[in-house]
Design a binder for this molecule. Structure first.
Ligand code: F6P
Length: 480
């Protein structure tokens, strides 16, 4: 019999708001992690434990209500006091760990750690402990699937509570190279590596991120690393580093794109594009996505190749993200200001080069996918990047993918895409030209390659590969 699964992540599959009349409004959780995982868990024995993120979630959690997201998928919230949640999620996870793993600091000036950081870190440790304790309340002998940097300390804490537990930790983000991880206070980086190594399997989207983890583990006292075999020995036990790239569900995405309302939206977008070419980007509005350099590269393209002025429209769909934090808000404002400036310099009454829409509208993005001639995905660093995989599945114009070599998706899609160094505006400007002027037969060949490569993997195998990996190191007890 299959073991039941218990998933733990900061953001869960379901969240609540209170409507104008005081009624509870149920929303599906957003973001890459929830999108990727929701398609995977089509089994009937899953519990998904996440943070209560809104006041309404807290209310629901306090009532102790059992939440069925779909048949077979039960959800539970972990209650975290507001102040502590701010320290854990905003300040440690989003201001520090996100920046560390994506190399986002302006390193000559920031970060600066002080007593407040220590205080916030204690809150982060407490929240991770609250998660571990909640997981420990689960009965039977499930496989625990702990997600992402928010919960990087949970595996070790859960191991202390339940030495025989089967634990997988999976990072949806990159993992910082040792030199960059060393920016963190020593207590923090040691706890992160030891914390994750409490799992049986430490999973990453791409080999490179796993290698970074192993290199950092190697530097710690009392830890022995076998880099080639991906093994970490500490505290008398062994953890294995493995790669499990996430996949998208082609059938369900194409089903969404084929809905009559989305087809109507796709038509509207096609008439907005007219007889011009269309460059598209779809991202969360945050610094790792490299939106600003994307605009500057587009500007360079327009000035270097003026024959394209008036002949291309750049549609930019950005969903708001982590707006409570200055770093994210200021970055967003800077992106919008640059787009405006570029429109002012190049546009006229008949042509607006960049059309930026800041909206949380996944379905609009799916409709836009069908219409692009080129899709730009140029993150500074990215664990995987689902946009790079979704676009080619839905696109109907044999669109070309311009892809950062630093996105996890590059490993799978790189040979069919136009690669760019995300920091190199010149190379990116030329890639835009090459994408828009590519001969039809080459476009067709690359589009076919992209679509095939994406479909070669399914969300189900992402999960089964992890479960097989954990069973390979801790076989199930027969007859239980
Ligand atoms: O993929 C990394 C990640 O932090 C996910 O956990 C999450 O789905 C996504 O980015 C969005 O982040 P947040 O939950 O902070 O909005």
């Amino acid at each position: 019999m299959e073991s039941p699964l218990v998933v733990a992540s900061n953001r869960g599959p379901i969240s609540f708001d209170v409507g104008e009349d005081g009624e509870l409004i149920e929303r599906r959780g957003s973001g890459g992690l929830v999108t990727a995982l929701s398609d995977v868990f089509l089994r009937d024995d899953i519990t998904w434990i996440s943070s209560a993120m809104t006041d309404a979630d807290v209310g629901v959690a306090q009532e102790g209500r059992e939440l069925m997201v779909e048949p077979g998928l039960r959800a539970r919230f972990v209650l975290i006091p507001e102040e502590r949640y701010g320290a854990y999620y905003n300040r440690i996870a989003n201001q520090i760990l996100w920046f560390a793993h994506h190399c986002l600091w302006d390193i000559a000036r920031s970060p600066r750690f002080d007593d407040d950081t220590k205080h916030d870190w204690r809150a982060f440790v407490d929240v991770n402990r609250a998660f571990a304790q909640t997981l420990d309340q689960e009965e039977d002998e499930p496989v625990f699937l702990v997600q992402d940097y928010h919960l990087c300390l949970v595996p070790e804490m859960l191991r202390d509570l339940r030495p025989d537990a089967k634990i997988v930790h999976f990072s949806h983000t990159p993992f910082a190279a040792p030199m960059y991880l060393r920016v963190l206070p020593v207590e923090m980086r040691t706890a992160i590596v030891r914390g994750m190594a409490g799992a049986d399997i430490i999973g990453f989207q791409s080999r490179a991120w796993g290698e970074n983890f192993l290199l950092s583990a190697q530097g710690l006292a009392g830890v022995h690393v076998d880099q080639r075999r991906g093994r970490v020995d500490l505290d008398g036990r062994r953890a294995f580093v493995r790669t499990f790239p996430v996949a998208v569900n082609a059938g369900s995405l194409r089903g969404t794109a084929a809905r009559p309302d989305l087809k109507a939206t796709a038509k509207e977008i096609a008439s907005w594009r007219g007889d011009r070419s269309m460059l598209l980007r779809v991202d969360r509005l945050e610094p790792s996505k490299n939106i600003l350099r994307g605009f500057l590269a587009f500007e360079l393209f327009l000035s270097r190749y003026p024959a394209w002025q008036g002949r291309v429209k750049f549609l930019v769909l950005l969903s708001p993200s982590r707006e409570d934090l200055d770093e994210y808000r200021t970055y967003g404002e800077e992106c919008l200001a640059q787009a405006k400036r570029i429109n002012g310099e190049f546009g006229d009454d008949t042509w607006e080069p960049i059309d930026v829409r800041v909206q949380e509208d996944y379905e609009y993005a799916v409709a836009a996918y069908s219409n692009y001639d080129a899709l730009i995905v140029n993150p500074v660093y990215d664990g995987m990047n689902l946009v790079a995989m979704e676009g080619p599945l839905v696109n109907r114009r044999q669109g070309v993918l311009i892809l950062s070599r630093n996105a996890g998706a590059y490993g799978r899609l790189g040979k069919h895409a136009l690669p760019v160094n995300p920091f190199d505006l010149s190379e990116t400007a030329d890639a835009i030209l090459q994408a828009l002027e590519m001969p039809p037969d080459e476009r067709a060949r690359r589009a076919r390659g992209l679509s095939r490569s994406v479909q070669a993997h399914t969300p189900a195998t992402w999960l089964t590969d992890q479960l097989e990996a954990v069973d390979a190191v801790r076989p199930p007890m027969i007859g239980r």
